[in-house]
Structure formats: C-alpha cells, structure tokens
Design a protein around this ligand. Structure first.
Ligand code: PHE
Length: 339
C-alpha cells in the first residue's frame, strides 16, 4: 500500500497536461468514485490497525496533493485567454533575427555621407535611357566604340533606347535644367554587356559626381578626391592621378590610392605596384557644358565616377564580384557588425 501511495504521488507531481480535457481525464483517473485514490481509501479497511495512523495520514496527503494539483492546472487554463493559450514562455523574447544591410548599400551610404559633407546633394535618373543623355550630350562621337552593341544593352533593337552604361546620364539631365552652381552625386545601377565572371558583371553600381561653378579648377578636383579617399580609406591614404581619356572630360585622369593592404610596399593585391585604381575623373569638357545649355565661357567644372563594387572590394576584399548579387545569406551576414 505504501508503495502504491508513493507511485501515485510521483505520477501526480509529474503530471503535465495540454488541455482542459486532459485535466478532467486526470481528475477521473485519480479522484472520481472509482479513481485510484478512492480505491485506496476502500482498501484502507484492510490495513492492520498498527499501520492505520501512518497510512491514513499518507492517503490524506495524497488526496490533498491530487486535488490541489488539479485545481491549479484548471486555474492556469482558465486564466489564459485564447490568444495566449499556446503561449510558450521558454521561447526567446526576440524570435526574429535581424536582417543585415547589403555591403553595397553600406558603401554607397558612406560615399554619399562623405560627399554630403562637401555640400553635394543626390540626383537620380532613369535606368532606361536615351542615346542623348548617355552618349551624345556627353561628347561621344557618333562612331565611338562605347556605343557598340558589345557594351550597351539596347531595348528592342531601337538604337535610341538603352540601359544606361554609366550614371553620367543623370549629370547631363541635371545640367539641362539647372544653372550652376551645381554640386551633385549620382548613385545608381548601370548595365554593360559583359560576360559574367568573378571580376565583371552585366550590371554594377556607380556613384558619379559633378561640380560646376565659376572658376572651378583641377586643384579643386584633386583636393575633393583626396578628402574622399582619406575619409573612406584612412588619413594616411596617398593618391596619384594618371592621365586617361574620357569623351566628356578634358583633361581626364584615373585616380589610384596607396594600397592599404601592404601600405604601398607592393603585394599581390596591388600587383606589386603599391597602388590600386579607384575612379575616373576630369574637367568637364566645354562641349558637354554647351550641349547641356551651360555657358562654357563662364563656367567650368569637374566630374568623377566610381564603381561601388570596386570600393566595396577594397574595403572588404570580396574576391568574387558575383557574391554581391547572389544574395547568399551566409555572405550577407558577414556584414552584420559593419555600422
Ligand atoms: N562615366 C565614367 C565611367 O563610367 C566615369 C567618369 C565619370 C569618368 C566622370 C570621368 C568623369 O567609367
């Protein structure tokens, strides 16, 4: 009898239920007239007199335990409203994992923030463009190779409607309807008909900049870009400009910064030159100003353009450009701690 009492006590203590019906079943099992505890009370008559006191006490305790347990289980179910019936208090308080910002967005925001400190505002334009804004207004000769089908995606074989190959098109749009001073940066996606590989894609992202006013010189260009490079890559960053060619700027240059991996000593990343290229730039060609309705005898300006993937690559050393557009969560989560 004592064993049986102990057994029931353990079972009742461990009792767990997930519905009102289960509580009722437990009540019937233990406490109803034919329940296990009632049966023990029936058997009590057969207990020898000398044990009656001890066993009687244990039996009463068991009955109280069972009654209390069932009452408290009932109360807990009645308290909880429908909405919290399935409430699981063991779950974490923040069940949703927070997403990450895309590395290209992080870098774009940083570029924008640096130039906004120099007074630049953002200008945006369409990705599907016409020939005038992408090429003709920017001094591309009619037979310039960049218009070739190799580089440009045309829409429905119409040579006039195309996907912009650079965001310089936004600059020509702004110049068309704004008189200087103009100080804008143009972030956006651009398209080029290139075979996709680890270092080229058929679309990528740019931030281009334009500053037009009276008396803007190459020295302004150089100082602005040096400020950008040092804000972006650290105060010890050095820059150099190499002569280059773009139809819309004269003179034109490509800008390199000292390789921050080897500190300019030369390594695999910078192909042992100590320098890495970051952008193209130059003084806006007077033909471009005039084509866009700005008097090139009064005003001058500079422009620059950089690939966001390129800058992101320098900051984060992403070896394969395709990672940026594959949306692999494992890759994206690596940027959780940035900003
Ligand atoms: N538009 C050029 C490109 O896409 C970059 C550039 C912009 C160069 C402005 C000079 C001045 O490569």
């Amino acid at each position: 009898m004592l064993n049986k009492i102990q057994e029931l006590k353990d079972a009742i203590e461990a009792l767990q239920v997930s519905s009102i019906e289960e509580i009722e079943a437990a009540r019937i099992k233990y406490l109803s007239k034919k329940g296990e505890i009632s049966l023990l009370f029936n058997d009590f008559r057969t207990v020898p007199n000398e044990l009656k006191r001890e066993i009687g006490q244990k039996l009463n305790e068991l009955k109280t335990l069972a009654t209390d347990k069932i009452n408290s289980l009932k109360a807990s179910f009645e308290d909880s409203s429908d909405a919290s019936a399935g409430l699981d208090l063991t779950r974490t308080s923040a069940p949703y994992t927070i997403g990450t910002r895309h590395p290209l967005s992080l870098v774009k925001e940083e570029i924008i923030s640096i130039f906004s400190r120099l007074g630049y505002t953002i200008a945006e334009g369409p990705e599907v463009e016409d020939d005038w804004h992408v090429f003709s207004s920017l001094n591309f000769a009619a037979d310039h190779p960049a218009r070739d089908m190799q580089d440009t995606f045309f829409i429905q074989r119409n040579p006039d409607i195309l996907l912009r190959t650079h965001t310089s098109s936004v600059q020509s749009r702004v110049m068309e309807h704004t008189q200087p001073p103009i100080r804008i940066i143009c972030p956006g996606r651009v398209y080029r008909n290139e075979a996709i590989s680890y270092r080229a894609h058929c679309f990528f992202h740019q931030v281009e900049g334009l500053y037009v006013d009276k008396g803007v010189t190459f020295a302004d260009l150089k100082q602005s870009l040096l400020y950008f490079a040092r804000e972006m890559f650290g105060p010890d960053t050095k820059m150099r400009l190499r002569p280059s060619y773009f139809p819309f700027t004269e003179p034109s240059a490509e800008m390199d910064i000292s390789c921050d991996l080897c500190g300019g000593k030369g390594c695999n990343f910078c192909k042992h030159t100590g320098w890495v290229e970051i952008l193209g730039c130059g003084m806006v060609d007077p033909n471009v100003l005039d084509a866009c309705g700005i008097d090139s005898k009064v005003y001058s300006g500079f422009a620059f353009g950089m690939g966001i993937e390129r800058i992101a690559n320098l900051k984060f050393r992403v070896k394969d450009l395709r990672m940026f557009s594959e949306n692999d969560v494992r890759f994206l989560e690596e940027f959780k701690s940035v900003h």
